[in-house]
Design a protein. Structure first.
Length: 221
């Protein structure tokens, strides 16, 4: 049996929060859960080159607040806000609810696993060597301040008939850290980028107390 841990569920309540924040009764829960997935899929499909890392959803009685975290806000917003207006219109048609859309810029895109995976995928689609693409991603992530990074690429690498898995790692990457999986449009590769970024909880909220009052002190992300 594989021991796979979801990267967000592993940290919930410690240094991560839920990407969807709302409460629903039993009859409405499944419907709103599927609606959240449709909202995220629509945001990603409308901005394939937007370098979107996370889409946060908050529900209120008469509206839905959606926050899009991207490293290229200009592409997502468009000229004079044309793209974001079109996206808001489609989201309102999909949900039938008033949508409040907020675009937030990511300061360090190289520290977000999804953006790193998309960059590698775009390079593979342009027939760039997988080793060079993985090496560039690792170098840029380490320069951005990560303590470690691991990238795994699986599939018919270099166009050969026999599929295989290749991975590269630099620095410190704890095994239970988890990562982000992305399959490029061609469907011939799977990417698992992961990064370890030291996080000192003493600068923010204190960690939860577990067991017999022991504190985790410093937690690695």
């Amino acid at each position: 049996m594989g021991r796979k841990v979801h990267p967000i569920g592993f940290r919930l309540g410690i240094n991560k929060r839920w990407n969807s924040r709302w409460f629903a009764e039993k009859k409405q829960y499944a419907e709103q859960l599927h609606e959240d997935r449709e909202i995220r899929n629509l945001v990603y499909e409308e901005n394939p080159r937007g370098s979107i890392s996370t889409v946060e959803i908050e529900r209120f009685p008469s509206s839905i607040n959606i926050t899009v975290h991207t490293s290229k806000p200009g592409i997502v917003i468009g000229r004079k806000g044309s793209n974001v207006k079109e996206l808001r219109r489609k989201l309102q048609e999909e949900t039938g609810t008033n949508i409040k859309l907020d675009i937030q810029e990511i300061e360090e895109p190289d520290l977000h696993a999804r953006i790193v995976a998309e960059n590698i995928a775009h390079q593979l689609e342009r027939r760039i060597s997988y080793r060079r693409a993985m090496g560039r991603a690792i170098s840029s992530t380490m320069r951005a301040g990560a303590e470690g990074v691991k990238v795994m690429c699986s599939g018919r690498l270099s166009g050969i008939e026999m599929s295989r898995t290749e991975w590269m790692r630099e620095g410190r990457v704890p095994d239970p850290a988890g990562g982000y999986r992305l399959r490029p449009d061609g469907g011939s590769y799977d990417l698992w980028p992961d990064r370890c970024q030291g996080l000192d909880l003493s600068r923010g909220d204190p960690p939860r107390q577990r067991g017999r009052g022991r504190s985790h002190g410093r937690l690695r992300q």
